[in-house]
Write a protein that binds this ligand. Structure first.
Ligand code: ATP
Ligand code: MG
Length: 397
Protein backbone atom coordinates (compact mmCIF):
# COMPACT_ATOMS: atom_id res chain seq x y z
CA UNK A 1 0.00 0.00 0.00
CA UNK A 2 1.18 3.52 -0.86
CA UNK A 3 2.15 5.41 2.25
CA UNK A 4 2.57 8.88 0.79
CA UNK A 5 0.23 10.90 -1.41
CA UNK A 6 0.65 9.83 -5.05
CA UNK A 7 1.91 12.54 -7.43
CA UNK A 8 -1.34 12.33 -9.38
CA UNK A 9 -4.04 11.18 -6.95
CA UNK A 10 -7.07 9.49 -8.51
CA UNK A 11 -10.53 10.77 -7.62
CA UNK A 12 -13.72 8.90 -8.45
CA UNK A 13 -16.71 11.19 -9.08
CA UNK A 14 -20.15 9.65 -8.74
CA UNK A 15 -23.18 11.50 -10.09
CA UNK A 16 -26.18 10.53 -12.25
CA UNK A 17 -26.22 13.89 -14.01
CA UNK A 18 -23.59 13.96 -16.76
CA UNK A 19 -23.13 17.73 -16.66
CA UNK A 20 -22.26 17.55 -12.93
CA UNK A 21 -19.57 14.99 -13.72
CA UNK A 22 -18.18 17.31 -16.36
CA UNK A 23 -18.08 20.31 -14.04
CA UNK A 24 -16.33 18.50 -11.22
CA UNK A 25 -13.85 16.96 -13.65
CA UNK A 26 -13.13 20.44 -15.03
CA UNK A 27 -12.25 21.60 -11.51
CA UNK A 28 -10.10 18.64 -10.56
CA UNK A 29 -7.99 17.98 -13.64
CA UNK A 30 -6.19 21.35 -13.74
CA UNK A 31 -5.16 20.77 -10.11
CA UNK A 32 -3.34 17.57 -11.09
CA UNK A 33 -5.93 14.91 -10.23
CA UNK A 34 -6.71 11.87 -12.34
CA UNK A 35 -10.47 11.46 -12.62
CA UNK A 36 -12.66 8.36 -12.81
CA UNK A 37 -16.39 8.73 -13.41
CA UNK A 38 -19.45 6.73 -12.42
CA UNK A 39 -23.01 7.57 -13.48
CA UNK A 40 -24.72 5.40 -10.82
CA UNK A 41 -24.15 3.72 -7.47
CA UNK A 42 -23.71 0.34 -9.17
CA UNK A 43 -21.07 1.71 -11.50
CA UNK A 44 -19.34 3.39 -8.56
CA UNK A 45 -18.96 0.05 -6.80
CA UNK A 46 -17.22 -1.36 -9.88
CA UNK A 47 -14.98 1.67 -10.42
CA UNK A 48 -14.03 1.68 -6.73
CA UNK A 49 -12.32 -1.68 -7.23
CA UNK A 50 -9.54 0.33 -8.92
CA UNK A 51 -8.91 1.83 -5.50
CA UNK A 52 -9.10 5.57 -6.18
CA UNK A 53 -7.52 7.77 -3.50
CA UNK A 54 -10.82 9.51 -2.75
CA UNK A 55 -14.49 9.45 -3.84
CA UNK A 56 -16.81 12.43 -4.42
CA UNK A 57 -20.35 11.09 -4.11
CA UNK A 58 -23.70 12.58 -5.02
CA UNK A 59 -26.50 11.53 -2.66
CA UNK A 60 -29.66 11.59 -4.73
CA UNK A 61 -29.40 9.05 -7.50
CA UNK A 62 -32.03 6.62 -8.85
CA UNK A 63 -31.81 2.88 -7.93
CA UNK A 64 -28.94 2.99 -5.49
CA UNK A 65 -28.47 6.37 -3.79
CA UNK A 66 -25.15 7.76 -2.55
CA UNK A 67 -25.78 6.71 1.06
CA UNK A 68 -26.38 3.09 0.12
CA UNK A 69 -23.40 3.10 -2.24
CA UNK A 70 -21.21 4.43 0.56
CA UNK A 71 -22.51 1.81 2.97
CA UNK A 72 -21.59 -0.94 0.53
CA UNK A 73 -18.15 0.52 -0.09
CA UNK A 74 -17.51 0.58 3.66
CA UNK A 75 -18.70 -3.01 4.03
CA UNK A 76 -16.12 -4.24 1.49
CA UNK A 77 -12.63 -4.53 3.07
CA UNK A 78 -11.09 -3.82 -0.32
CA UNK A 79 -12.71 -0.35 -0.56
CA UNK A 80 -13.55 0.46 3.07
CA UNK A 81 -10.50 2.69 3.58
CA UNK A 82 -11.23 5.03 0.66
CA UNK A 83 -12.52 8.38 2.01
CA UNK A 84 -15.93 9.40 0.67
CA UNK A 85 -16.94 13.07 0.47
CA UNK A 86 -20.62 13.65 -0.19
CA UNK A 87 -21.61 16.34 -2.67
CA UNK A 88 -25.29 17.18 -2.38
CA UNK A 89 -27.95 19.79 -2.78
CA UNK A 90 -29.64 18.39 0.32
CA UNK A 91 -29.14 20.89 3.10
CA UNK A 92 -31.16 19.37 5.94
CA UNK A 93 -29.07 18.41 9.00
CA UNK A 94 -30.38 14.80 8.97
CA UNK A 95 -28.89 14.15 5.55
CA UNK A 96 -25.55 15.56 6.67
CA UNK A 97 -25.29 13.68 9.94
CA UNK A 98 -26.66 10.56 8.22
CA UNK A 99 -23.98 10.77 5.55
CA UNK A 100 -21.22 11.17 8.12
CA UNK A 101 -22.65 8.39 10.28
CA UNK A 102 -22.33 5.82 7.52
CA UNK A 103 -18.67 6.60 7.01
CA UNK A 104 -18.50 9.76 4.87
CA UNK A 105 -15.62 12.03 5.86
CA UNK A 106 -17.16 15.32 4.74
CA UNK A 107 -20.24 16.90 3.20
CA UNK A 108 -20.10 19.64 0.58
CA UNK A 109 -23.28 21.48 -0.36
CA UNK A 110 -24.06 22.06 -4.03
CA UNK A 111 -23.59 24.44 -5.68
CA UNK A 112 -20.09 24.50 -4.31
CA UNK A 113 -17.19 26.87 -4.56
CA UNK A 114 -14.37 25.51 -6.72
CA UNK A 115 -11.60 26.51 -4.34
CA UNK A 116 -13.42 25.03 -1.37
CA UNK A 117 -13.86 21.74 -3.20
CA UNK A 118 -10.16 21.54 -4.09
CA UNK A 119 -9.13 22.54 -0.54
CA UNK A 120 -11.32 19.89 1.07
CA UNK A 121 -10.18 17.19 -1.34
CA UNK A 122 -6.60 18.08 -0.50
CA UNK A 123 -7.19 17.99 3.26
CA UNK A 124 -8.85 14.59 3.14
CA UNK A 125 -6.14 13.14 0.93
CA UNK A 126 -3.50 14.41 3.35
CA UNK A 127 -5.42 13.01 6.31
CA UNK A 128 -5.77 9.66 4.62
CA UNK A 129 -2.07 9.28 3.92
CA UNK A 130 -1.09 10.59 7.33
CA UNK A 131 -3.28 7.90 8.82
CA UNK A 132 -1.60 5.24 6.68
CA UNK A 133 1.84 6.56 7.70
CA UNK A 134 0.88 6.54 11.36
CA UNK A 135 -0.42 2.99 11.14
CA UNK A 136 2.85 1.98 9.49
CA UNK A 137 4.94 3.68 12.18
CA UNK A 138 2.79 2.14 14.89
CA UNK A 139 3.31 -1.33 13.41
CA UNK A 140 7.07 -0.71 13.11
CA UNK A 141 7.24 0.58 16.65
CA UNK A 142 5.34 -2.42 17.94
CA UNK A 143 7.75 -4.72 16.09
CA UNK A 144 10.75 -2.83 17.51
CA UNK A 145 9.43 -3.14 21.04
CA UNK A 146 8.79 -6.83 20.52
CA UNK A 147 12.30 -7.44 19.08
CA UNK A 148 13.98 -5.44 21.80
CA UNK A 149 12.07 -7.24 24.53
CA UNK A 150 13.06 -10.57 23.08
CA UNK A 151 16.72 -9.46 22.89
CA UNK A 152 16.64 -8.23 26.48
CA UNK A 153 15.11 -11.43 27.77
CA UNK A 154 17.75 -13.41 25.88
CA UNK A 155 20.64 -11.18 27.02
CA UNK A 156 19.42 -11.31 30.58
CA UNK A 157 19.19 -15.08 30.50
CA UNK A 158 22.69 -15.35 29.04
CA UNK A 159 24.18 -12.92 31.56
CA UNK A 160 22.59 -14.76 34.48
CA UNK A 161 23.76 -18.05 33.10
CA UNK A 162 27.29 -16.67 32.66
CA UNK A 163 27.59 -15.55 36.28
CA UNK A 164 25.89 -18.64 37.55
CA UNK A 165 28.14 -20.91 35.45
CA UNK A 166 31.37 -19.36 36.66
CA UNK A 167 30.42 -19.88 40.31
CA UNK A 168 28.99 -23.31 39.82
CA UNK A 169 31.86 -24.60 37.74
CA UNK A 170 34.20 -23.90 40.63
CA UNK A 171 31.91 -25.50 43.20
CA UNK A 172 31.54 -28.66 41.16
CA UNK A 173 35.15 -28.97 40.07
CA UNK A 174 36.54 -29.47 43.56
CA UNK A 175 34.44 -32.42 44.69
CA UNK A 176 34.61 -33.90 41.21
CA UNK A 177 38.40 -33.91 41.18
CA UNK A 178 38.22 -35.53 44.57
CA UNK A 179 35.83 -38.25 43.33
CA UNK A 180 37.88 -38.97 40.18
CA UNK A 181 41.12 -39.12 42.20
CA UNK A 182 39.60 -41.54 44.70
CA UNK A 183 38.23 -43.82 42.01
CA UNK A 184 41.70 -44.08 40.58
CA UNK A 185 43.05 -44.91 44.05
CA UNK A 186 40.38 -47.62 44.36
CA UNK A 187 41.33 -49.02 40.95
CA UNK A 188 44.94 -49.32 42.08
CA UNK A 189 43.83 -50.91 45.31
CA UNK A 190 41.70 -53.36 43.37
CA UNK A 191 44.75 -54.48 41.40
CA UNK A 192 46.09 -55.92 44.66
CA UNK A 193 42.86 -56.85 46.39
CA UNK A 194 41.13 -58.31 43.33
CA UNK A 195 43.36 -61.36 42.86
CA UNK A 196 43.26 -62.15 46.60
CA UNK A 197 39.47 -62.03 46.64
CA UNK A 198 39.29 -64.16 43.52
CA UNK A 199 41.25 -66.87 45.30
CA UNK A 200 38.58 -67.05 47.97
CA UNK A 201 35.61 -67.03 45.65
CA UNK A 202 35.13 -70.76 46.08
CA UNK A 203 34.57 -70.27 49.80
CA UNK A 204 31.38 -68.27 49.17
CA UNK A 205 28.62 -70.79 48.76
CA UNK A 206 25.96 -68.17 47.79
CA UNK A 207 27.72 -67.34 44.50
CA UNK A 208 27.17 -63.62 45.09
CA UNK A 209 30.83 -62.83 45.52
CA UNK A 210 31.73 -63.97 42.06
CA UNK A 211 29.17 -61.62 40.53
CA UNK A 212 30.45 -58.67 42.54
CA UNK A 213 34.07 -59.39 41.75
CA UNK A 214 33.34 -59.64 38.06
CA UNK A 215 31.37 -56.41 38.02
CA UNK A 216 33.61 -54.29 40.12
CA UNK A 217 35.96 -53.23 37.30
CA UNK A 218 33.03 -52.16 35.15
CA UNK A 219 31.60 -50.21 38.07
CA UNK A 220 34.88 -48.33 38.49
CA UNK A 221 34.98 -47.59 34.75
CA UNK A 222 31.40 -46.31 34.78
CA UNK A 223 32.13 -44.09 37.75
CA UNK A 224 35.21 -42.64 36.06
CA UNK A 225 33.24 -42.09 32.87
CA UNK A 226 30.54 -40.26 34.85
CA UNK A 227 33.14 -38.09 36.50
CA UNK A 228 34.74 -37.30 33.12
CA UNK A 229 31.37 -36.23 31.87
CA UNK A 230 30.97 -33.87 34.80
CA UNK A 231 34.40 -32.42 33.94
CA UNK A 232 33.35 -31.89 30.34
CA UNK A 233 30.13 -30.11 31.33
CA UNK A 234 32.00 -27.97 33.83
CA UNK A 235 34.58 -27.05 31.20
CA UNK A 236 31.79 -26.03 28.83
CA UNK A 237 30.26 -23.91 31.55
CA UNK A 238 33.61 -22.27 32.21
CA UNK A 239 34.05 -21.47 28.54
CA UNK A 240 30.55 -20.13 28.58
CA UNK A 241 31.33 -17.85 31.48
CA UNK A 242 34.46 -16.40 29.94
CA UNK A 243 33.34 -16.33 26.31
CA UNK A 244 35.49 -14.28 24.02
CA UNK A 245 38.59 -14.19 26.18
CA UNK A 246 40.95 -11.25 26.31
CA UNK A 247 44.17 -12.51 24.74
CA UNK A 248 43.52 -11.53 21.19
CA UNK A 249 46.17 -11.91 18.49
CA UNK A 250 46.27 -12.24 14.72
CA UNK A 251 46.19 -15.93 13.81
CA UNK A 252 45.96 -17.74 10.50
CA UNK A 253 42.45 -19.13 10.16
CA UNK A 254 43.65 -22.36 8.54
CA UNK A 255 45.87 -23.20 11.51
CA UNK A 256 42.97 -22.76 13.94
CA UNK A 257 40.78 -25.08 11.87
CA UNK A 258 43.61 -27.60 11.45
CA UNK A 259 44.12 -27.69 15.21
CA UNK A 260 40.41 -28.21 15.78
CA UNK A 261 40.46 -31.12 13.31
CA UNK A 262 43.44 -32.64 15.12
CA UNK A 263 41.56 -32.48 18.40
CA UNK A 264 38.70 -34.36 16.78
CA UNK A 265 40.83 -36.94 15.01
CA UNK A 266 39.61 -39.74 17.27
CA UNK A 267 36.07 -39.11 16.04
CA UNK A 268 37.01 -38.77 12.36
CA UNK A 269 38.82 -42.04 11.82
CA UNK A 270 35.97 -43.86 10.14
CA UNK A 271 34.47 -43.05 6.75
CA UNK A 272 33.88 -39.33 7.28
CA UNK A 273 35.59 -37.11 4.70
CA UNK A 274 36.56 -33.50 5.28
CA UNK A 275 36.80 -31.03 2.43
CA UNK A 276 38.84 -28.01 3.42
CA UNK A 277 39.01 -24.87 1.31
CA UNK A 278 40.57 -22.15 3.43
CA UNK A 279 42.99 -19.68 1.78
CA UNK A 280 46.34 -19.36 3.57
CA UNK A 281 46.10 -15.58 3.47
CA UNK A 282 43.04 -15.39 5.72
CA UNK A 283 43.77 -14.43 9.31
CA UNK A 284 41.61 -13.41 12.21
CA UNK A 285 42.24 -11.21 15.20
CA UNK A 286 40.99 -13.50 17.91
CA UNK A 287 41.38 -15.32 21.17
CA UNK A 288 42.86 -18.60 19.93
CA UNK A 289 41.34 -20.84 22.63
CA UNK A 290 37.87 -19.48 22.13
CA UNK A 291 37.89 -19.57 18.36
CA UNK A 292 39.19 -23.16 18.37
CA UNK A 293 36.24 -23.97 20.58
CA UNK A 294 33.91 -22.58 17.91
CA UNK A 295 35.21 -24.99 15.29
CA UNK A 296 35.43 -27.93 17.69
CA UNK A 297 31.80 -27.45 18.70
CA UNK A 298 30.52 -27.00 15.14
CA UNK A 299 32.51 -29.95 13.84
CA UNK A 300 31.43 -32.10 16.76
CA UNK A 301 27.82 -31.38 15.86
CA UNK A 302 28.47 -32.16 12.19
CA UNK A 303 30.17 -35.44 13.12
CA UNK A 304 27.22 -36.33 15.35
CA UNK A 305 24.85 -35.65 12.45
CA UNK A 306 26.57 -37.50 9.58
CA UNK A 307 26.72 -41.15 8.68
CA UNK A 308 29.94 -42.88 9.74
CA UNK A 309 30.56 -44.31 6.30
CA UNK A 310 29.32 -41.62 3.91
CA UNK A 311 29.66 -38.48 6.02
CA UNK A 312 31.04 -35.38 4.33
CA UNK A 313 31.90 -32.07 5.96
CA UNK A 314 32.87 -28.99 3.94
CA UNK A 315 34.74 -26.10 5.52
CA UNK A 316 34.96 -23.26 3.05
CA UNK A 317 36.33 -19.81 3.84
CA UNK A 318 36.38 -16.73 1.60
CA UNK A 319 37.37 -13.11 2.04
CA UNK A 320 34.43 -11.00 0.87
CA UNK A 321 34.99 -7.23 1.06
CA UNK A 322 36.12 -6.57 4.62
CA UNK A 323 34.71 -9.79 6.05
CA UNK A 324 35.66 -13.45 6.23
CA UNK A 325 32.83 -15.84 5.40
CA UNK A 326 33.27 -19.35 6.77
CA UNK A 327 30.76 -21.98 5.80
CA UNK A 328 30.58 -25.30 7.60
CA UNK A 329 28.31 -27.69 5.84
CA UNK A 330 27.56 -31.36 6.38
CA UNK A 331 25.49 -34.00 4.64
CA UNK A 332 23.95 -35.28 7.83
CA UNK A 333 20.43 -35.45 9.20
CA UNK A 334 19.87 -31.67 8.90
CA UNK A 335 17.97 -29.36 11.23
CA UNK A 336 14.17 -29.35 11.00
CA UNK A 337 12.64 -25.89 10.57
CA UNK A 338 10.63 -26.40 13.74
CA UNK A 339 13.74 -26.26 15.94
CA UNK A 340 15.86 -23.86 13.87
CA UNK A 341 14.98 -20.96 16.19
CA UNK A 342 16.04 -22.86 19.31
CA UNK A 343 19.39 -24.43 18.44
CA UNK A 344 21.44 -21.47 19.72
CA UNK A 345 19.61 -21.45 23.07
CA UNK A 346 21.59 -22.66 26.08
CA UNK A 347 20.70 -26.24 27.06
CA UNK A 348 18.70 -26.90 23.90
CA UNK A 349 19.58 -30.39 22.69
CA UNK A 350 17.93 -33.17 20.74
CA UNK A 351 20.61 -35.65 21.73
CA UNK A 352 19.19 -36.52 25.11
CA UNK A 353 20.69 -35.33 28.36
CA UNK A 354 23.12 -38.23 28.42
CA UNK A 355 24.81 -37.24 25.15
CA UNK A 356 24.47 -33.49 24.78
CA UNK A 357 24.62 -30.55 27.17
CA UNK A 358 22.98 -28.27 24.61
CA UNK A 359 25.60 -25.63 25.38
CA UNK A 360 27.70 -26.16 22.23
CA UNK A 361 26.01 -23.72 19.87
CA UNK A 362 25.22 -21.09 22.49
CA UNK A 363 28.95 -21.02 23.34
CA UNK A 364 29.76 -20.75 19.64
CA UNK A 365 27.36 -17.85 19.19
CA UNK A 366 28.68 -16.04 22.26
CA UNK A 367 32.31 -16.37 21.12
CA UNK A 368 31.62 -15.32 17.53
CA UNK A 369 29.71 -12.26 18.72
CA UNK A 370 32.51 -11.31 21.13
CA UNK A 371 34.71 -11.30 18.03
CA UNK A 372 32.35 -8.82 16.36
CA UNK A 373 31.05 -11.52 14.08
CA UNK A 374 27.83 -13.38 13.49
CA UNK A 375 26.73 -16.95 12.99
CA UNK A 376 23.60 -18.22 11.33
CA UNK A 377 22.05 -21.37 10.12
CA UNK A 378 21.76 -21.06 6.35
CA UNK A 379 18.81 -22.65 4.58
CA UNK A 380 20.05 -25.19 2.07
CA UNK A 381 18.43 -27.31 -0.57
CA UNK A 382 21.04 -30.00 -0.05
CA UNK A 383 20.86 -32.67 2.60
CA UNK A 384 22.35 -31.66 5.95
CA UNK A 385 23.03 -28.49 7.88
CA UNK A 386 24.95 -25.41 6.80
CA UNK A 387 26.31 -22.76 9.17
CA UNK A 388 27.77 -19.43 8.09
CA UNK A 389 30.18 -17.52 10.30
CA UNK A 390 31.06 -13.95 9.35
CA UNK A 391 34.11 -12.40 11.03
CA UNK A 392 35.98 -9.12 10.48
CA UNK A 393 38.91 -9.45 8.08
CA UNK A 394 42.59 -9.30 9.11
CA UNK A 395 45.30 -9.59 6.48
CA UNK A 396 47.92 -12.23 7.22
CA UNK A 397 51.50 -10.93 7.31
N1 ATP B 1 25.25 -30.03 12.05
C1 ATP B 1 24.09 -30.32 12.64
N2 ATP B 1 23.22 -31.21 12.07
C2 ATP B 1 22.05 -31.51 12.66
N3 ATP B 1 21.62 -30.98 13.84
C3 ATP B 1 22.42 -30.09 14.45
C4 ATP B 1 23.69 -29.71 13.90
N4 ATP B 1 24.25 -28.80 14.72
C5 ATP B 1 23.38 -28.62 15.74
N5 ATP B 1 22.29 -29.38 15.61
C6 ATP B 1 21.11 -29.42 16.48
O1 ATP B 1 21.21 -28.36 17.42
C7 ATP B 1 21.12 -28.87 18.76
C8 ATP B 1 21.95 -27.98 19.67
O2 ATP B 1 23.32 -28.08 19.37
P1 ATP B 1 24.39 -27.78 20.50
O3 ATP B 1 25.73 -27.95 19.93
O4 ATP B 1 24.07 -26.47 21.13
O5 ATP B 1 24.09 -28.88 21.60
P2 ATP B 1 24.34 -30.46 21.51
O6 ATP B 1 25.24 -30.77 20.37
O7 ATP B 1 23.02 -31.13 21.56
O8 ATP B 1 25.09 -30.73 22.88
P3 ATP B 1 26.69 -30.58 23.10
O9 ATP B 1 27.17 -29.50 22.23
O10 ATP B 1 26.84 -30.30 24.52
O11 ATP B 1 27.23 -31.91 22.73
C9 ATP B 1 21.60 -30.29 18.64
O12 ATP B 1 21.09 -31.09 19.69
C10 ATP B 1 21.04 -30.71 17.28
O13 ATP B 1 19.68 -31.04 17.36
MG1 MG C 1 27.05 -29.70 20.12
Amino acid sequence: METSIPVYPTILIVDDVPINLKVVRAHLEPSGYKVLEAGSGQEALIQAEQRPDLILMDIMMPDMDGMETCRRLKANPHTAEIPVIFLSALTDPESRTGALAIGGVDFIIKPFDEEELIARVKIHLTLRYQKIQLEKYAAELEQMVEDRTRQLIHADRLATLGTFSAGMAHEINNPNTFIAGNIQVLQLFWKTAGPILKKHIAEDSTGRLINTVNEIEDIFDDMLEGSRRITSIVNSLKTYARQGGVNKETIQLLSIIDDALKLLQHRLKKGISIHLDVPLALSVFCDYQSLSQVFVNLLNNAIDAVDEQTGKIDIIAKGINDKIHIRIQDNGSGIPETIADNIFDPFFTTKGKARGTGLGLSIVKGIVEKHNGSISLVPTTKKGASFLIILPFTTHK
